[in-house]
Design a binder for this molecule. Structure first.
Ligand SMILES: O=C(O)CCC(=O)C(=O)O
Length: 296
């Protein structure tokens, strides 16, 4: 799926955009299922295992920041993860043995859908090596005004910035950090069915949705099988016992097989501790951890 030019671009910049990663039929089915899931959230009044609610959510106006673990909500998301152009992109960049860390369908309702403060995913879940990435499949067109992902090219080769505020892990960098070069940010826009890839150490964030259109991106965060988690902020896998962890790992294997010999690399690791008051999602971590906003 990826050309050698795209692979080289990713290696150099820590992100890449890919067009037409799914078939029109897969895209339509995901759009239909997403619309139904959002509609079903009207009867939900508190964030739960499926929905992370945004401010102003209610029966007349569903406003979500996230549908959690979409690959467990409907088979179409699992199909796209394991049998689509998305799978090919993952194999092209990470090799044949890969597993899912988590999935999430981040939504931004029209007229103010929440920003995601600048962060590096690696700060949330350091591993034994950094062959990890996130793909973001655009379920609707993404333009500059409806909350696109923003990345700083090349930061995957640099340091892990502090993600602390007031002595806790707040899941975001301080926008005043002298190492934060905001003027180098690239805005990742594209047509529905395109995807972005960003490396686990690439500094990224996304602005609020100031348009009258929704923004919906399906994220899969994926590791090479020889990258083993050291600790994960807000990941359920660390609370599983050995048997449940092993069974869960089979479920999370996208292609190939688990690898029982972790590859240890000299990577910068800082534990995402102590935790913020609410670590049930990045939005809650950033809000309850007192992250300083770069967007408002
Ligand atoms: O939804 C977005 O725009 C960014 C999401 C993100 O970076 C995350 O959930 O870690």
């Amino acid at each position: 799926m990826l050309t050698s030019v795209q692979k080289a671009f990713y290696a150099e910049n820590g992100y890449v955009m890919v067009k037409d990663a799914v078939t029109p039929d897969q895209l339509q089915r995901m759009q239909d299922v997403t619309a139904a899931l959002i509609d079903a959230s009207r009867s939900v009044s508190q964030s739960d295992d499926v929905y992370d609610l945004d401010r102003g959510h209610g029966p007349d106006s569903p406003r979500l920041t996230r549908i959690k673990l979409p690959h467990k909500r409907d088979p179409v998301f699992h199909e796209v993860l394991t049998r689509s152009g998305v799978t090919q992109v993952l194999n092209d960049l990470l090799g044949p043995d890969i597993n899912l860390i988590t999935s999430k369908l981040n939504t931004k309702a029209p007229g103010g859908g929440a920003a995601v403060e600048w962060h590096q995913d690696w700060a949330f879940y350091p591993h034994t090596n950094d062959d990890l990435l996130a793909v973001g499949l655009l379920l609707e067109d993404v333009e500059p005004d409806n909350g696109p992902l923003l990345v700083i090219p090349g930061t995957h080769k640099g340091p892990i910035l502090s993600h602390e505020a007031g002595g806790v892990f707040c899941g975001a960098i301080n926008p005043d950090d002298p190492l934060f070069e905001r003027d180098r940010a690239v805005t990742l826009t594209g047509k529905a069915g395109s995807l972005s890839v960003h490396h686990v150490r690439t500094l990224h964030g996304s602005a609020p949705n100031v348009s009258d259109r929704a923004r919906k991106i399906l994220f899969f965060e994926v590791a090479r099988a020889d990258a083993w988690p050291i600790l994960g902020a807000s990941s359920y896998i660390h609370a599983l016992g050995q048997r449940a962890f092993w069974d869960d790992l089979q479920d999370r294997t996208i292609t190939g097989k688990p690898c029982l010999t972790p590859r240890l690399e000299n990577v910068p690791v800082r534990m995402p501790l102590p935790p913020a008051a609410d670590i049930t999602s990045i939005f809650k971590t950033q809000a309850s951890g007192g992250a300083k906003s770069a967007f408002g």
